[in-house]
Design a protein around this ligand. Structure first.
Ligand code: ZN
Length: 250
């Protein structure tokens, strides 16, 4: 099976359609999405529609949860809050219903999906350090734990028996393609990076493809029409910062 792993689309339709287009020749069997489909960008409804068409398995991110009242807006900074109030106004009853159905965690095949961490998924902490990553991997019952939230691509290999990190690959250049082993003593943490708001200094959209037959994880970067996306954000009256940062990938 070949899985495409998408995260943090953030209502960026230009990035999402470019990513889906780039995967068209990749023989993808199943789409997995790690949340934050909406928030920041100007196309929440269109992104939801695309995701629905892909029949993707989706877990909820903090922005998705906030739109349906499951996370208090005080959790966010002023600009993010402004974008969320705007986003909520764009979404119809059916859209909100879709968001409401997404769980905080989901399991399928070799994968556990969660937006932030397995310790307390509802708190949306950021997995920045090795200790927090191991804490999530200890709780993971499948070979892979797929996470988003930081918008930074990474691949971590963890040996459960010796409580040791064997490989920590971060950054877009260092991580692709990489092999994995189906061994019950091992756990892998993969963050595919962000489709709609990359923050690792590379403005290209980020996506991971996991091949469970070839036993490989490949990180792809995809160029998209950043200027068109920025124009929409500004025209919608959303904070200009969310447009500006897309050119920098920060
Ligand atoms: Zn996000």
């Amino acid at each position: 099976m070949r899985y495409a792993v998408l995260s943090d689309i953030h209502a960026n339709l230009e990035a999402l359609t470019a990513v889906i287009g780039s995967l068209a020749g990749q023989q993808i069997d199943r789409y997995l999405c790690l949340g934050d489909v909406v928030g920041y960008g100007a196309d929440p409804v269109a992104c939801l529609t695309h995701l629905t068409k892909l029949d993707s398995l989706v877990v909820a991110g903090n922005h998705d949860q906030a739109c349906v009242g499951r996370l208090d807006l005080s959790w966010f900074n002023d600009q993010a809050r402004t974008a969320l109030v705007w986003t909520r106004d764009q979404l119809g009853i059916m859209d909100l219903d879709v968001l409401r159905r997404w769980p905080l965690t989901a399991d399928e095949d070799l994968f556990t999906l969660v937006h932030s961490s397995l310790r307390q998924p509802e708190r949306f902490i950021y997995l920045f350090d090795a200790g927090q990553m191991m804490d999530t991997l200890i709780r993971c019952r499948t070979l892979f734990c797929l996470v988003g939230h930081t918008h930074l691509p990474c691949f971590i290999e963890y040996d459960r028996k010796h409580h040791q990190l064997l490989r920590v690959l971060t950054g877009p250049r260092a991580v692709s393609p990489v092999a994995f082993t189906q061994d019950s003593d091992l756990r892998y943490l993969v963050n595919p990076g962000s489709v709609g708001q990359p923050r690792d200094g590379n403005p290209q959209a980020s996506v991971a493809v996991i091949d469970t037959t070839a036993l490989s994880v490949t990180f792809h970067r995809v160029s998209y029409d950043v200027a068109a996306c920025q124009q929409k954000i500004r025209k919608a009256g959303l904070p200009a910062f969310f447009a500006d940062r897309l050119s920098l990938g920060r």
